[in-house]
Each structure stands twice: as structure tokens, then as C-alpha cells.
Design a protein around this ligand. Structure first.
Ligand code: PGD
Length: 764
């Protein structure tokens, strides 16, 4: 199992040579092919390594991170050094000085999941400063609990695809439903039903409207409306305005299920700020014709309508507003909780939304409590490291950044996920020590002082499942372990014994015993639910077991049926169109109701004078994030070895650029090379460059170096969505592009750094 689907791997005894998707998968992902050749790829970390500067000079800030060579050490030395450094930091600075945010997707598997392992270990060490929320859903995970009482139920208990295909007349999709993202599911997936469901909806006579700057954010027949990027909220407000002026608002629904609509209506009608949010107003901002917006509002009120908002719309400045405004628009239509109507968030953002949930807990490794209370919103990592002791606003609180001395990372790649990489590199120069566990020499591993070689999921047994997938899968190792790599569990066990809490960490179990233990715990839930699950050995031999799912779900149907008994977990128990709590925080960038805020990175503002192209830095179609960027599917898409950047033919010809040219993409934060690909499926001043090409600085010693490979995060702003959520805003950035006429530099991203064997004189 991979995050991108279930498969069988064929191995030659040390390497994966072929993959076959699970026969039950309706639409397997081409990303699966990236696994072939990945176990022994030259970018693997073959054994423990320590940065030479750290080894020779000891812990301390260093701007050599990312440029230094490494020294190979034995596992015993690594355990000794790492345990000693953890002890030093804890004894001298306290556990709060360890940042174990360690964000990232790592690999599926309920036991060997790197995040679970590192958090369990650091909690038992006495705690650490942690992170909250995710890069996927930074804004949503703060705003939606406040205004509808949850964020994860929005996805795990979303209206099922079967219901949509059967009941929806009109699906209005802000951000489309990009099939490429549904390849992926956190924890894995045994089926990809989205394409089939959209086709079934259309075959039944249902209509789809895709509102997105990119045409291919929707496959098949649909009305495509291409607004200026970042203006969806203005369009939503104008749709709401038409519902008011045409008397199409379901006021009975608003009275029973929501609070604060009146204040929002005052804003819509311009009573609070003198600006009427009508279609003409939204047309000027978005570029969509006013008539088209007005017509759409009327069509939405005429039948069973589902309003959907992708996650990408909240990964921008003021990202809190799009899901909140979408929910409000759906509430005004009055169809929330009716089959095929209402609101959805994340269709096309990951495979899970639209799939039926499993009604009991999955096998889970208990992590315990973190004795350290400090936490940061996850996308504030550079702020944290650069500003010890500084106060900041977050979600109604005033917090202070701790002074971090040691950064511990397992299972993530900040050089993929974080913004403004020049700033991140300056931030990573600050701590005394950086520890990274990864199977590969990712850019983050190259910036570490202590590099711990992990196995990949292909080299170990595990249990795989996800909360909206019917199968629990026996993930059986496809190959032996590569070189001197170890499972993260074994690394942490050895460290825990060295630090005196080995028995607590392992509970006396080997990995194999843990799998059987977690399976038995889970099996009890299934049996109590009246289900059938064989004993572990039989399950392991069979390969998977099916679980019951709760089919035919409609989001919030229980709330609609009985809003008192099934009150939402908001202060009012209802949908909060106006939130008195948020209003009370007094933030200038997120007020008490959904509203339009002008972003910095958009084509309608002053910055577009200098950087006139709007770059959409979205998820790739050829890999998951930065994982297996060297795989066949990912490599086949590259141009001259660089990540492809899609440009409208008009924008390209104005710059003398043709398909296949290498171009330089730049703004005042940084620059990268990319390969031009002309495509008229976007507005002329929009370009698209996916995330995930491994950061490849031409000068590793310069934090602001040109990336020769095409990582858009050298360009993106490191600014939070707002003071409320401080989510990542990596999706949008303004740039300029020119043809790159110089000699094209080689790609070195997958070549390991220099790792020297240690001479006796190096020993401390
Ligand atoms: P991955 O490339 O998946 O990226 O960011 P994330 O850090 O999750 O990194 C996972 C790492 O785990 C890889 O280096 C992999 O090798 C390693 N790994 C795999 N298996 C194991 C294991 O068993 N043990 C250990 N120790 N390591 C392992 C994703 C993040 O990026 C997300 S979720 C989103 S949604 C964001 N999206 C955007 C965006 O839309 N636009 C921009 N500009 N930036 C984004 N960044 C965010």
C-alpha cells in the first residue's frame, strides 16, 4: 500500500522491478510506477552520517548547513552522539528547546508511520515544542471548528459520491475537482471512485460548473469559469447578493440552523462599508461577466445544488474566507443536510471526501501526552527559529516563540512543504543541532547535522488502512532493507534504551509483535460491532480484510433532522455565519463574518506591476509532494530535467518562449529554472508550476541561490493566512518569467552529498 493506492510489488530480491495495481481499484494512479527502482536509487541514505562541521566543532548555529560534507559513522556512534546531544539540550535548555514539529506525510502504515514514532519517542523523552494543524488545511482546521464545529468530519463524513451521482442537479465546484489529487489518500486507498462518480452524475443529466483558473481542474463535460486567481470569495459574495435581491434565500433554514445572518446581509448590501457586493462588483475583481454570476445564482436556487470548495482555496492569504463563504452560500440555499445538496470541502483535494467512513477506530499506536505545552501553527517554522521570545497572535491567543536549540525531523521535507526557502535556510542556520530521519538524501537531510537512514515502506511489514476505506491491508515487505538503513522504530528503541526509557517505549515488543498487538486491539472493535475478522495469522496470510462502512451519508443530515439533539460544536450549536468570538479578537485580517480581503499576491494589485504573472503552485500529478521525484512517472513529465511550467501561448510568445525552452521564473524572493509547456487551458496571465521538484541550489552556500530544478517554494511568500489560523499560503505567488539562454546547469538534486569515511584524527 502507498498513499497513492494499493498494489503488488514484484521484486528481484533487492529492488522493486514492477508494480501491479489492486484489481478492485476502478482508477489506479500512474504514480504507482514511481516505486520501480526506488529502493536502491542513488539518492538513498546508505548509513548513519554526521555533518563534518558539527562533528568537528560541536553543536551550534551554522550557515554551512546544506553546503557541508558528511562523515559516515556506525550505528553505535550515532546512537551515542544523538543520545548525548538530546540529553545536553534537555539538561541545559529544557525540553521546550526541542522542536519536534516534524511535519510531513512520510509513508502509510499504522505502526511504522514516522510521525507517530517520533512523537511517541519525544513525549517519553519529557516532551517537546510541537506544531498544530497542517500545510494541507491550515486555515480550514481553525476556521471550520469555530463556525461549524468540526473540520475533519467535513471530509470523513462528507456526502458520499454515490449520493451525489444519484441526487445532485448542479455541482458548483470552486477549485474544480482535480482528479490528480484524488490519486492520493493519507494512509492509502484501495479504490479511486471520483472519475466514475462525476461521469455518473453527468450521465444522469446533472450539471457541473468548475470555477478555477485551470481548465484541467475538472475532467469531462463541465461549464468552465476562469476567474482571476484568488477572487473566489468575491464571486461567492456576489452569488449570495443575487439570492438576496431575487428573494431566493431560504430564511426558514437560516433561522433554524444558523446564527448571525443579518450582520452578513448588511455587509452584502453595503450597509456596513458602503460597498454593494453585487455581480458588477465581483466582475471587476474576478474578470467573470456579471451576467454569468447572476445567472449561476439563479440556477443554483432552481434545483438540488452542491457547493464545493477545494482545499487549495484556503492555502492562500485570507484562506479562512473561502470555506466559510462557501458554507454560508450553501446555508442561504437551505439545502445543507439534504441528499446531493448543501456543502462539501475537499472533493478533488484528496481521495477521502466522498468515501464512506469505517464506524470504529483503526489500529493506532498510542503516543501518550506531551508534558510541554508549547506549540506553534505548523507553517510558522521559520518565524519560530528566527524569532525566539517574540510574541505573536494566533486563534485568539497571544503566544511566545520558544528558543529552539534542537530540531528533530522524521518523515517530512520542509524544502518541499515550506514557503520562501531562502528564509527557511536562514532559519535552519540558527539551532544548535538538526536531526533528520529519511530514507533519501532529500534537501532537508542535506541540511541536517545528524542524518538517520530510514527504511522505506517497501522494506518492512506493516498494517495499512485509512478512515474511509473498507480494507485493512497486510503490507508485506517487498524487499530486504537497503544497505545500513533501519526502521525508525529500531532507531528510536535503541535511543530510548540509551536514554533510560527503552522498556516504556518498546513495551517489550518487536515490530512483528506490535503488528499482531495493534491488529488484536482493532479486531476487538470489529467483533464488538458484530463484524467478522480472522485471527492475525490468517489475516496476514490472506492479505486483507474488509470492514463495514457507513454508506449513503449526507453531510450534516443528522443536524438537519434534529438541530437540538445533534447541535454543532460551535458556541451557538449552529452554523455561525457571524462568529462573536472571532469578531471579538479584533483582527484586521479575519473579522466576524465571511468577507472579501484584498490579497498581496494577485493580479489586481500593485505588486502585479513588477511581477505580472500569477503562478499557481499546486500539487503535482506525477508524484505525491516531493516523494519519489526520481521515479519514472515524475521524470517522464520533466523538460530538460526541469519541472514543467505551464504557460498560456500568448504569455509565452510575448516573451519569445516556446514549448521545451528552459525558463527563469523569478520575483524579489528568489528564482528557479523550469521547462516551458504551452497550454491554453488557463488565463493568459496565469502560469502553473507544481510543488515537489527537489530543491537544487546552483550555489549550496547561498541561501538565496537559484534553484535549477523548479521548486516553486523559492518564490512563495512565508506569510500566514491571517492572525486567526496562520496557515500556509503557498498556493499563489506573483512572478515574472524570461527565457533562459545560458548553458543549462546539470540537475544534482538526486546525487548524494560527499560522505567521507571517518579517519582516526576526526574523532572527538
Ligand atoms: P513529502 O514530500 O510527502 O512532503 O509536505 P511533506 O513534507 O509531507 O515528504 C515526506 C518525506 O517523508 C519524504 O522525504 C520521504 O522520503 C519521507 N519518508 C517516507 N517514508 C519514510 C519513513 O518511513 N521514515 C522516515 N523517517 N521518512 C520517510 C507536504 C505539504 O506540502 C502538504 S501536505 C501540502 S498540502 C502543501 N502544499 C503546498 C502547495 O499547495 N503549494 C506550495 N507552494 N507548497 C505546499 N507545501 C505543502
Amino acid at each position: 500500500m502507498a498513499h497513492w493506492g494499493m498494489f503488488e510489488a514484484e521484486s528481484d530480491g533487492g529492488e522493486v522491478v514492477a508494480v501491479r495495481p489492486f484489481a478492485g481499484d476502478a482508477d489506479p494512479s500512474p504514480i504507482l510506477a514511481n516505486a520501480v527502482g526506488s529502493v536502491r536509487h542513488r539518492s538513498r541514505v546508505g548509513g548513519p552520517a554526521v555533518r563534518r562541521g558539527w562533528l568537528e566543532q560541536g553543536p551550534g548555529p551554522s550557515d554551512r548547513r546544506g553546503a557541508d560534507e558528511f562523515v559516515a559513522v556506525s550505528w553505535d556512534e550515532l546512537t551515542e552522539l544523538l543520545a548525548g546531544e538530546l540529553r545536553r539540550v534537555v539538561d541545559t535548555h529544557g525540553n521546550r528547546a526541542i522542536y519536534g514539529g516534524s511535519y510531513g506525510w512520510s509513508s502509510p502504515g499504522r505502526f511504522h508511520h514516522a510521525q507517530s514514532q517520533v512523537h511517541r519517542f519525544l513525549k517519553m523523552l519529557g516532551g517537546y515544542t510541537r506544531s498544530e494543524n497542517s500545510y494541507s488545511l491550515g486555515a480550514t482546521s481553525v476556521i471550520m471548528p469555530r463556525v461549524m464545529g468540526t473540520h475533519w468530519k467535513l471530509f470523513s463524513r462528507s456526502t458520499n459520491w454515490d449520493v451525489i451521482a444519484r441526487e445532485t442537479d448542479l455541482m458548483v465546484c470552486f477549485g474544480g475537482v482535480p482528479l490528480k489529487n484524488t490519486a492520493v489518500n493519507d494512509g492509502g486507498t484501495s479504490n479511486h471512485p471520483t472519475r466514475g462518480a462525476l461521469d455518473a452524475l453527468r450521465d444522469r443529466g446533472g450539471e457541473i460548473v468548475s470555477i478555477s483558473p485551470l481548465r484541467d481542474d475538472m475532467h469531462g463535460r463541465a461549464q468552465w469559469l476562469a476567474p482571476r486567481p484568488g477572487t473566489d470569495v468575491a464571486i461567492m459574495l456576489a452569488l449570495c447578493h443575487v439570492l438576496v435581491t431575487d428573494d431566493l434565500v431560504d430564511r426558514a433554514f437560516l433561522d433554524r440552523y444558523t446564527v448571525g445572518y443579518d450582520k452578513f446581509e448588511d455587509y452584502l448590501l453595503g450597509r456596513t462599508d458602503g460597498v454593494v457586493k453585487d455581480p458588477a462588483w465581483a466582475a471587476a475583481l474576478s474578470g467573470l461577466p456579471a451576467d454569468t454570476i447572476a445567472d449561476l445564482a439563479r440556477r443554483m436556487a432552481a434545483g438540488r445544488t452542491l457547493v464545493t470548495v477545494t482545499w487549495s482555496l484556503q492555502r492562500v492569504r485570507h484562506g479562512e474566507q473561502a470555506p466559510w463563504a462557501g458554507l454560508t452560500l450553501a446555508a442561504m440555499l437551505g439545502q445543507i443536510g439534504l441528499p446531493g445538496g448543501g456543502f462539501g470541502h475537499g472533493y478533488g483535494s484528496m481521495n477521502e471526501p466522498g468515501l464512506a467512513p469505517v464506524p470504529y477506530p483503526l489500529p493506532t499506536l498510542f503516543q501518550g501526552e506531551n508534558p510541554v505545552p508549547d506549540s506553534i501553527p505548523v507553517a510558522a517554522i521559520s518565524d519560530l527559529l528566527l524569532n525566539p521570545g517574540r510574541e505573536y497572535d494566533y486563534n485568539g491567543e497571544r503566544r511566545t516563540f520558544p528558543d529552539i536549540r534542537l530540531v528533530y525531523w522524521a518523515g517530512g521535507n520542509p524544502f518541499h512543504h515550506h514557503q520562501d526557502l531562502g528564509r527557511l535556510r536562514r532559519a535552519l542556520a540558527r539551532p544548535d543541532t538538526i536531526v533528520v530521519h529519511d530514507p533519501y538524501w532529500t534537501p532537508m537531510a542535506r541540511h541536517a547535522d545528524i542524518v538517520v537512514p530510514s527504511t522505506t515502506a517497501l522494506e518492512r511489514d506493516d498494517l495499512a488502512c485509512a478512515r474511509n476505506d473498507p480494507l485493512l491491508v497486510a503490507m508485506q515487505a517487498a524487499t530486504p532493507r537497503f544497505a545500513d538503513a533501519r526502521d525508525d522504530y529500531d532507531t528510536f528503541s535503541a535511543l530510548a534504551y540509551r536514554l533510560g526509557f527503552g522498556d516504556r517505549f518498546t513495551e517489550g515488543r518487536t515490530s512483528a509483535e506490535w503488528l499482531a498487538h495493534l491488529y488484536e486491539q482493532w479486531r476487538r472493535f470489529v467483533l464488538a460491532d458484530g463484524g467478522v475478522a480472522p485471527e492475525f495469522d490468517e489475516f496476514w496470510a490472506r492479505g486483507h480484510v474488509a470492514m463495514r462502512t457507513e454508506d449513503d451519508l449526507t453531510l450534516l443530515e443528522d443536524f438537519r433532522a434534529d438541530p437540538e439533539r445533534n447541535a454543532l460544536r460551535t458556541p451557538s450549536g449552529r452554523i455561525e455565519i457571524f462568529s462573536a468570538d472571532i469578531d471579538g479578537f479584533g483582527y484586521d485580517d479575519c473579522g466576524g463574518h465571511p468577507a472579501w480581503y484584498e490579497p498581496e499576491e494577485w493580479l489586481g494589485g500593485e505588486r502585479a506591476q513588477s511581477f505580472p504573472l500569477h503562478l499557481i503552485a499546486n500539487q503535482p500529478r506525477t508524484r505525491l509532494h516531493s516523494q519519489l521525484d526520481h521515479g519514472a512517472t515524475s521524470q517522464a513529465s520533466k523538460i530538460e530535467g526541469r519541472e514543467p511550467i505551464r504557460m498560456h501561448p500568448a504569455a509565452a510568445s510575448a516573451r519569445g518562449i516556446a514549448t521545451g525552452d528552459v525558463v527563469r521564473v523569478f520575483n524579489d524572493r528568489g528564482a528557479c529554472l523550469a521547462g516551458a509547456l504551452l497550454d491554453d487551458g488557463m488565463l493568459p496571465d496565469v502560469v502553473q508550476l507544481s510543488t515537489g521538484a527537489w530543491y537544487d541550489p546552483i550555489d549550496p552556500a547561498d541561501p538565496n541561490s537559484l534553484c535549477v530544478h523548479g521548486n516553486p517554494n523559492v518564490l512563495t511568500p512565508d506569510v500566514g493566512t491571517s492572525k486567526l489560523a496562520r496557515g500556509s499560503t503557498g498556493q499563489h505567488v506573483l512572478v515574472q518569467i524570461e527565457r533562459f539562454d545560458g548553458p543549462v546547469p546539470p540537475i544534482r538534486a538526486y546525487d548524494p552529498p560527499v560522505v567521507r569515511t571517518r579517519s582516526t584524527s576526526d574523532r572527538r
